[in-house]
Ligand binder design. Structure first.
Ligand code: NAP
Length: 482
């Protein structure tokens, strides 16, 4: 088998000679990327590229020398140039351990490629590094440095994984065989995929996307490297996430498909997501709190502060929860630090809003139909609280609507026209319709307005980054959603 390209492996489907997708190995130093990469390239008879070697050949200097005389920043900039000029197909690429922290690198590496994250336990990495010393990245003792670096890069490594392989207990030859097997077969069995398809057929996925999903899961030309992700909610057929994410997937040449995981039972959704080896989920109503029980790791914002998760990334057998809603609310308001704000509503999104507004040092009052809920939320974020009638005495600079009032087909506004004035900024988190009755009324009064689409775009941009490590320009996000 050595030196031959075998039909059925890596893009050679059912005897049709398609071009092989590039294989990119990511992971911390000492996880075996170079050795495994060389074996893979020889077995597949394709060229091998090592970004560290390319940095050294392109500069005529060793990496320790570049680190010593020019520092890490210079090294990273040379590395970025090397990554940008890698051939786009037919090859195996072994990457430097820190490559994944740069979104531009990720954009280049992910294009038409399958990324395999190699990992190992800290003791194994330490033993391997002691055999072949490399320049230290910190002033810490080696095992502490490994733990600290793995921790700080954890999210980047997860985002760099289409597939994962633990190399702690394996020889490079066995690891290379396992990578080939992963790429040939994928992770889920035919039975699991058939069961998942039956689940998707009970949802409200429109006929054309459902046909595509069927092809990906059980079709004759199925590629085992194509991964699935989607929006989890009930109902969620109205969600704009599939449109946006599939456009991003196309834009960045990713081997992914984004669909709807619509079901009243979260348990069922999580089972199907694991069965199809889903890369990630965007979580929406009514599961943002319930999903916490299904996660192995939760980021500090979601767990300790907001108490809700809207993004799940599955990687290396681990389900990690994040909250990007608060960033979607914070970003459009960064110029309003310290403002006097009224937050309407005290539900799930209001918690993310309260976190974002207090993070911007605003003086926040939460008003809600059920004042006890406003009280409970206000206590968590050290805000003021009240009921609807209190609005007129507050005279806020900013109003954030976190209720569903005005969401299609509802045409109500949470505030009367006379409660709006031109010095006010009005941020309506409702994004269907794109211009809500509240935004329309606020514009008529000369207020500065921010629509729910801005939040949607910003939170989706963060979700995309958490899944793929790519930083999409906000302009591109707006274009793709238009
Ligand atoms: P939620 O947890 O159900 O909370 C809804 C809140 O609105 C509660 O405080 C509820 O008050 C209040 N409310 C409900 N119906 C009301 C009514 N008729 N009059 C006055 N108050 C009412 O919902 P959520 O997850 O926070 O979502 C709220 C809205 O945010 C959604 O409808 C959606 O449009 C929007 N959203 C936008 C984005 C985005 O990306 N732009 C993302 C997510 C959500 P009680 O406490 O009295 O029940």
């Amino acid at each position: 088998m050595c030196g031959q390209i075998v039909p059925g492996i890596l893009g050679y489907h059912q005897g049709t000679l398609k071009k092989m997708k590039r294989i990119v190995l990511t992971g911390f130093r000492g996880t075996g990327k170079t050795e495994i990469g060389k074996i893979l390239s020889s077995r597949l008879n394709v060229p091998f590229f090592d970004t560290d070697d390319l940095v050294e050949t392109s500069t005529g200097r060793s990496i320790p020398d570049i680190f010593h005389y020019n520092g890490e920043e210079r090294f990273r900039s040379i590395e970025r140039e090397v990554v940008a000029t890698l051939p786009p197909a037919d090859g195996v690429v072994s990457t430097g351990g820190g490559v994944v922290t740069d979104p531009t690198n990720m954009e280049h590496l992910r294009r038409d490629s399958t990324l395999v994250l190699l990992y190992a336990d800290i003791d194994t990495i330490e033993k391997r590094l002691l055999q072949k010393p490399r320049p230290p990245l910190t002033n810490l003792p080696l095992s502490e440095e490994i733990a600290a670096m793995l921790d700080s890069r954890r999210q980047n490594y997860y985002a760099s994984a289409d597939f994962c392989l633990d190399t702690s207990e394996t020889s490079p030859v066995v690891a290379a065989e396992r990578v080939q097997a992963l790429l040939k077969n994928g992770v889920s069995s035919l039975q699991q995929r058939k069961t998942a398809l039956a689940f998707f057929k009970t949802g409200r996925i429109p006929p054309v996307p459902l046909k595509k999903l069927e092809e990906i899961l059980v079709g004759d030309t199925r590629s085992p490297t194509t991964r699935i992700m989607g929006v989890a909610g009930y109902p969620c057929a109205h969600s704009l996430s599939p449109k946006l994410f599939n456009a991003l997937i196309k834009q960045y040449h990713l081997d992914y498909h984004y669909t709807w995981f619509e079901d009243p039972e979260l348990e069922e959704i999580m089972n199907v997501a694991r069965a199809v080896d889903a890369k990630g989920l965007s979580v929406t109503i009514p599961f943002k709190q319930d999903v916490l029980a299904y996660l192995d790791e939760i980021d500090e914002h979601s767990a300790e502060q907001i108490g809700a998760v809207n993004t799940v990334v599955f990687s290396c057998g681990t389900a990690i929860g994040y909250n990007t809603d608060w960033l979607g609310i914070r970003k459009p308001l960064v110029s309003m630090k310290g403002a006097k704000a009224v937050l309407l509503g005290a539900g799930g999104v209001a918690a993310a809003a309260a976190y974002a507004l207090t993070d911007l040092a605003m003086d926040v009052t939460i008003l809600n139909r059920t004042p006890e809920n406003a009280h409970a939320l206000a206590e968590r974020f050290a805000c003021r609280w009240g009921n609807w009638e209190d609005f007129d005495r507050i005279k806020p600079d900013l109003v954030v609507n976190a209720t569903p009032l005005g969401m299609q087909p509802d045409t109500r506004t949470p505030l009367r026209e006379d409660q709006l004035h031109k010095d006010m900024t009005v941020f309506d988190l409702v994004y269907t319709p794109p211009v809500t009755p509240l935004i329309e009324a606020a514009r008529a009064k000369g207020c500065t307005t921010i629509t729910g689409s801005e939040m949607f775009i910003e939170q989706a941009r963060e979700q995309f980054y958490l899944n793929f490590g790519i930083d999409v320009p906000i302009k591109k996000m707006r274009e793709l959603l238009a």
